[in-house]
Design a protein around this ligand. Sequence first.
Ligand code: TMP
Length: 212
Amino acid sequence: MNRGLFITFEGGEGSGKSTLIEALANTLISKGRSVVTTREPGGIPIAEKIREVILDRSHTSMDARTEALLYAAARRQHLVEKVIPAIEAGSIVLCDRFIDSSLAYQGYARGLGMDEVWAINLFAIQERMPDLTLFLDLEPSAGLARIAKAAEREVNRLDLEKLEFHERVRTGYEMLLERHPNRIERINADQTRDKVFSQVLSIIEARLAGIA
Ligand code: TMP
C-alpha cells in the first residue's frame, strides 16, 4: 500500500485553492490513488460548527486571541478525526488551509505574533505538520476582485477586512516561505487555471514518486 501524504494549500482570498483541489483530486483518483479532500476551518461536523462561529459576519466583537484559539480548536478536532486516520489508511489528504493560515492571518496580520500562535497550534497539532504545502500567491487586490465576481461564494467576516489586512496576510506567508523553504512551495496563482493545475500536479507527482 502507498504511504499517505498530507498536502496543504494556502493563500489569500480568491487565490483559487478550492477549484484547484477539486481538479487535483479528480486526476489523482483517476490514476488509482486514494484521495481525501477537506478544508479548514471545517471538514467534519464539530469543526464546521466552530467555523460558523468564527466567520459569522455579526461577530464583529470577536477578540483576536479568541479567534486564534477557535481556529486551533477546529484544527485539533479535524486533524484527529479526519486527517490522521486518512493518512494512516494510505490516502493523500488535500487540505484547504492548515497551520500556516493561522500564522499568517492571526500571527502576522492580526499582530498576535507568529511565535505565540505557533505555540497554541503546537498544542493542537502535536507536531503533525504537512509533508508539503502549496502557497498560491496572488496580489490581494486581484484575489478580492475575483471573489467579488463570484456571486455564489459566501462572504465571511474575514473577507470584510480592508485591503491592508490582506496585504499583511501575504507578507506573513512570505515570511513563512523563508522559514520553511523545504516544505512550502510558492505557486504563481496569477496564471490560467490549467497552468497552475499542471504545475502543482507535477510537484505532487514528484513527491509521490519519491515515496513510492
Ligand atoms: P476560506 O475562505 O479559505 O474557507 O477560509 C476562511 C477564512 O478563515 C479565510 O478568510 C482565512 C481564515 N483563516 C484564518 O484566519 N486562520 C486560519 O487558521 C484558517 C484555517 C483560516
